[in-house]
Structure formats: structure tokens, C-alpha cells
Write a protein that binds this ligand. Sequence first.
Ligand code: CUA
Length: 308
Amino acid sequence: MLPPAGSTNAAEVDALFNFINVISLILLVGISIAIVYFAIKYRRRSDNDVTPVITHNNTLEITWSVIPLILVMIVFGWGYKGYLNMATAPEDAYEVQVTARSWLWEFHYPNGNVSIDELHVPVNRPIKLVMNSSDVIHSFYVPDYRVKKDVLPNRYTSVWFEVPETGEATIFCTEYCGMDHSNMMGKVVVHSQEEFDTWLAESAQVDESIPPADRGRELVQRFGCTGCHSIEDNSVIQGPSFVGIMGRDRELEDGTTVTTDENYIRESILDPQSQIAAGFPGGLMQSYAGILNDQQINDIIEYLKTLD
Ligand code: CUA
């Protein structure tokens, strides 16, 4: 019934969940049977049947108050202990900064590396996420890890988890955040420590053996640009198509016309609202300043030049 228990905390969460479920089931069945049994036993048999006057029954009243109280206190104590444990990350946790934006997840690692929609972590090590939203409220949810926390603008929230085995798990956004909320998904990739170190080092450097345009194509996919900009044809997904975007005259929303050169592309990536193409609503794209570095922007421009 439950997703696989993928984190060290999952077993405890499931145990409490199952306890509440089983207790509820026992009470549901017991009360249902009692209702039917008493309804039949004390049914009206003749017109002279009169219900006796009962003012109270101490034994019964104490019993039906104390038993639920004990059950509720068990659930409270157990839940509180689990909550404290999940709210307090171990001191030696590996910290990753998370920025949620409509509609993607950005992960910033201690060495300055950034990944989009893919959180890479080492196995068997507590991972602490410090999360913040750059627009509306989102919510970080990994069912396999039993981890869920709202991600808010102007305030940090955090979660932590530890994964005992390498593998992958799906990240969902579980707070309705607009048009593409249901597509705001990602994955956690759990590596061995060695593999993780290699990933961190490699993804931070530029692979000179790959032509810039090919690196650019990979970036455009990885950073989710193609979710809004077509690279296939002239169709409009959300924003203008990338096909034939370079070296044209483009009319902007304010009536001016610009040439779509390198500077235009760079400006559009770093400050998208400064030059909205005529006929488009604007406001959908956010700045990639601090996410894409100069090298990456150059690579993307080289790639766009190949899309004629
Ligand atoms: Cu972000 Cu729903």
C-alpha cells in the first residue's frame, strides 16, 4: 500500500501510520458491530415499550474517556518524537540549497555547482536541504523518503533525510503553484560517495572535447528551456520558438524593434522581463542570473545559432 521505504526515517513513519490505521480499523469495526447489535437487541417490540430513564453510568463514561485518551497520548508522543527527529538534521549533514521556482527545482551545492530537477546526493550520509522559493509557495515531496515540506518565498524551510542504498526517487511539487504544477517533478539520484565526488567535480567543469554548440544543446535540455521554447519548428509552446531566433529583427512589446544578436539572448537569459517579444504575455520566465554562468550562456548562444 505504501511506496518503498527509501530513507532511514521511513520505517518509523510507516510504523506510526500503520498503528493509527489498525487502531482506527479496530474501532470502526467494533463500533459498527455494536450499533447493529444494540439496534436489534433494544428494538421497539410493542406500543407499550418505554425507554427507561438513565441519568449516567460512571464506569462506562470513564472507560470510554480513558481508553481513547491513552490512544491519543500514544499517537501524540510517538508523533512528536518522530517530528523532532525529522526536524533536526544531524550536525554532519551534507547541505544543499534548494530554490523552487515556477516550475522547476534548482539545487545549489557547496562547490557552486547547480543542477536542475535532479538532486544528486551521496549514499549513507544525512542530507540537509535548505529551501526557499523565488515566487509562489511550492512544496518539496519525496514519497519514498516520507519527506514533505512547504517551500516559501522570503523564508527558509529545511528537511533532512539519509538514504541507505543507491538508486533514484521521484520528487513532486505538492502545493498547487500554477499552470505547470503537475509537471514540476524531479528526481533524487543517490550515488556511492566516490561516484558522487566524481559527479560533483565533473559537472562543475567545462568539457572542452565537446563543441560549444553541443554543450549548449545539452544545457537547453537540462535547464528546462525546451519546456517553453520549441527547438523543433516555429510553434509557440509558451515563449517564442528558438528556431531561427538569431539575427532577426524582433518587435518588442513596447513597440521598439531590436536585432536578436548575442547581446539580446544574453539579456533575455539574465533579465527576461527587460525585452518581452510582442504578442507574448511576459512575466512567465525568470532570470537565470546566478544559475547559468558566462561560459554556459556562450554555449547556449552557439547552439541557438545552429537552429535555422
Ligand atoms: Cu510548484 Cu506545485
